[in-house]
Design a protein around this ligand. Structure first.
Ligand SMILES: [Mn+2]
Length: 356
């Protein structure tokens, strides 16, 4: 797997007419090398691949980064890299412009004087957008853990239990069932707070006659899942039922309509036109979804600004919502895999309105 990734990175180096590429950001470094430690620089040329790290990580890196020669630095990693680049005759080196702070760039300019520094954009993130078999497996496992946690939490939720307790129970359950951690801070937003699309769990107790939106995921072997369900405690009014039904139908019409080759904008429109047609367009103020994998938000989007196309192997969220200030909100989020002919819906949790 890592050998394929390395050869794809070398294609990027060739296309961008560079002699080498320096990768320093954690997720790209992990993707390209397989090394999961928190410190290191991957340096790749057409015939060399070094992973420069420190004493703490040398043996771990040797086990994980099979395609790389692990080089231990003694506190001066960039000087060591400069020597390697000089010996390899590198004249032009790419670096990750989205991940290198200005101060580090100044250090690069000084340390790598004589080597042309070429900013690369999101070329590595683009490679990461297409998930291979092993990545798909990890994401499916993360989803499985998340969905088990959803089934479990329904038995915990009742008036008086705080949002924070719900979040803590979800996280504990996911860890006991194989997750490294939550994929991101868990959202539990009840009552009027459910109108906050990203309402982190608070000390508010769950009340009667309220929506509760839970947005959570597991990190399994580094890979995320991202599930949202909104449930109701007590007796829903007509209006609660109406907005729930519209969001559910928007979600379903997107899942029926998505195909490879569609743009992110076209995908977003499937939900937006449906919700707008039902009179709630102004209350669906965020994009329909996003790619995820090693990171919970990766570049591909379902949004009105996205002209990039869906390709087989992409894994995305579909998460329409309606948020009515001072009343409450509903979001229903599923995860999909784009296939050669359509999509596979990876999440299976019930999305009819659950009333507790
Ligand atoms: Mn999401």
């Amino acid at each position: 797997m890592e050998a394929q990734r390395l050869s794809k990175v070398r294609e990027v180096i060739e296309q961008q007419e560079m002699d080498a590429l320096l990768i320093s950001s954690p997720f790209n470094r992990r993707y390209v090398t397989g090394f999961t430690g928190t410190a290191g620089w991957a340096v790749i040329t057409q015939d060399q691949a070094w992973l420069v790290t420190d004493f703490r990580y040398v043996s771990q890196a040797g086990q994980q980064a099979k395609e790389f020669e692990v080089v231990q630095h003694g506190g001066q990693p960039l000087e060591l890299i400069r020597e390697k680049l000089g010996a390899a005759g590198v004249k032009k080196m790419g670096f990750e412009k989205h991940h290198v702070p200005f101060a580090d760039y100044e250090t690069y300019e000084r340390t790598f004087a004589g080597i042309e520094l070429a900013p690369i954009g999101d070329a590595i993130e683009k490679l990461r957008g297409i998930k291979d078999e092993r990545e798909q497996h990890c994401i499916r496992k993360a989803i499985e853990i998340t969905e088990k946690a959803f089934a479990f939490i329904l038995g915990v939720m009742k008036p008086g239990v705080t949002e924070r307790e719900v979040a803590a129970e979800l996280e504990y359950f996911m860890r006991k069932n194989g997750a490294v951690s939550s994929a991101y801070p868990i959202i539990v937003a009840s009552g009027a707070r459910s109108a906050l699309p990203h309402g982190l769990a608070s000390d508010k107790p769950l009340g009667m006659n309220e929506f509760v939106t839970m947005d959570f995921g597991a990190n399994y072997e580094g890979y995320c899942s991202d599930l949202t369900r909104t449930v109701f405690i007590g007796k829903p009014t007509e209006r609660h039922r109406e907005i729930y039904q519209i969001v559910m139908e928007a979600n379903q019409s997107v899942l029926e309509g998505l195909k490879p080759g569609m743009t992110g904008k076209e995908g977003d429109s499937l939900a937006r036109e449906y919700i707008t047609g039902r009179g709630y367009g102004d209350y669906f103020g965020h994009g329909l979804g996003h790619a995820f994998g090693l990171e919970i938000h990766e570049p591909m989007r379902f949004s009105q600004q996205t002209e990039d196309k869906l390709e087989p192997g992409m894994i995305m969220t579909v998460e329409p919502g309606i948020y009515l200030p001072d009343f409450g909100g509903v979001r229903i989020e599923d995860n999909i895999l784009v296939t050669d002919t359509g999509i596979e819906v990876l999440t299976t949790s019930n999305k009819e309105l659950i009333v507790l």
